[in-house]
Write a protein that binds this ligand. Structure first.
Ligand SMILES: C[S@@+](CC[C@H](N)C(=O)[O-])C[C@H]1O[C@@H](n2cnc3c(N)ncnc32)[C@H](O)[C@@H]1O
Length: 387
């Protein structure tokens, strides 16, 4: 086996010079843990319209190491089952497991502010690479990692064993946490959730930190960092943009059927006060999900080529359709929830407040609700009550 010491050092130096890698212990972990060991049997490289399978066994050692240390997200599973050794040609598919870009992984671990002796719960084991980085410092007994896909979990467990960590790799739905090894000092999720499950709060010690990407759109999602209080609530902030594959049970299923049939009967139509294209920007997209949780944004074109955009909320059986009309847009809304009215109100208020960025958003998680607000603008708040 080719030794990857120099690639690990190069990656560590790169992450350090980028200002991502700061802690000496984490530098030691990055320089020690061989990422290539976690990529078996192989990865899929993004070729735009298709994914090219690259396997460890079918690739020259130097080339394989180049792939493994490319400081990029490396997809390891498509469509919930396909691995790179099962196919010889580029293939279409949706990534369902990966080794996340080390920049993101290391940046998130830095945000956890880990101290020796901390007990960590990780949701979304994936390849096990991020698990190994934490085991290097905390020890295998202090890291519990939950992966929903049994085959992915088994591969990660084998890789962790191979590099010397007999940690707790649990197969299960991480949205429930893992109560048997609670309480934890830290919870880190490397998949996105619509909202932070209260189980994570309950399983975290007072003063402990939960770090997770929240939101359900492919963009417009934020990294939430909350601290658990003595009273069983958790409070914190969205500390920046973040993008992860959605927790499986919460993954958005593409809308089936003819969109024009779904929007045939509208309750109202009017000129929109702003372009729906604003929802293609990160912060407005995040706010839209706060104002209308459950809504999905769809880009489309009409038969005459004119652009159109839609919002659908399948649970509330509501829609908004936007039709370009020269410089302006007409919005047709249907169903019990006037989706665009609420989103538009939030976006106008946000613009009036000077259009602050995503890291001004604070949140509080209780057993009964999730409350989001913009720091310094208490009137800009959204409460999501749990059923
Ligand atoms: C981006 S990958 C994780 C990357 C990983 N931390 C690494 O360094 O390789 C996300 C993983 O989350 C898993 N996942 C999705 N939903 C989950 C859930 N509800 N509970 C636990 N794991 C889940 C996926 O199967 C996938 O393997």
């Amino acid at each position: 086996m080719t030794d990857s010491t120099s690639e690990r050092r190069r990656m560590s130096a790169l992450l350090t010079s980028n200002g991502i890698l700061k802690s000496p212990w984490l530098r030691g972990a990055v320089e020690t843990v061989p990422r290539e060991q976690f990529l078996h049997p192989g990865v899929f490289l993004d070729e735009g319209r298709a994914w090219r399978p690259v396997t460890a066994h079918g690739t020259a050692s130097a080339e394989w190491l180049k792939v493994a240390y490319s400081v990029d997200t490396l997809t390891t599973q498509l469509d919930g089952h396909l691995t790179a050794d099962q196919i010889g040609e580029p293939v279409a598919g949706v990534p369902t497991s990966s080794s996340t870009d080390p920049t993101t992984v290391v940046g998130m671990i830095e945000e956890l502010d880990l101290k020796a002796g901390h007990r960590v719960l990780e949701i979304g084991t994936g390849t096990g690479y991020s698990t190994a980085l934490m085991c290097h410092y905390l020890g295998e007994d202090n890291v519990t990692t939950v992966e929903v896909d049994p085959e992915v979990a088994a591969r990660a467990d084998a890789a962790l064993e191979a590099v010397g960590y007999s940690t707790w790799t649990v197969t299960g739905d991480g949205l429930l946490g893992h109560p048997y090894r609670a309480p934890y000092d830290r919870v880190i999720a490397t998949c996105a959730v619509r909202r932070i499950p209260y189980a994570w709060v309950r399983q975290t010690k007072p003063g402990g930190i939960i770090l997770s990407t929240v939101g359900s759109w492919p963009w417009g999602t934020g990294l939430a960092r909350v601290t658990v209080g003595d009273d069983g609530t958790a409070e914190g902030a969205i500390i920046g943009r973040s993008s992860f594959m959605q927790a499986r049970a919460q993954a958005v299923t593409p809308l089936a059927g003819d969109l024009s049939a779904r929007t045939a009967s509208a309750d109202s139509h009017r000129t929109s006060l702003m372009s729906p294209l604003i929802l293609e920007e990160w912060m407005p997209a995040f706010l839209a999900q706060l104002a209308a949780p459950g809504a999905q944004f769809v880009r489309a074109a009409r038969s005459d080529g004119a652009p159109s955009r839609y919002l659908f909320d399948p649970e509330r059986e509501s829609f908004a359709e936007f039709i370009a009309d020269g410089e302006s847009w007409t919005v047709r809304q249907g169903g019990p929830a006037a989706l665009w009215d609420g989103i538009e109100r939030s976006l106008l208020a946000w613009q009036d407040a000077g259009a602050p960025d995503i890291d001004t958003i604070r949140l509080r998680v209780t057993t009964a609700s999730h409350l989001y607000w913009i720091d310094g603008s208490p009137s800009l708040g959204w409460e999501h009550r749990l059923a």
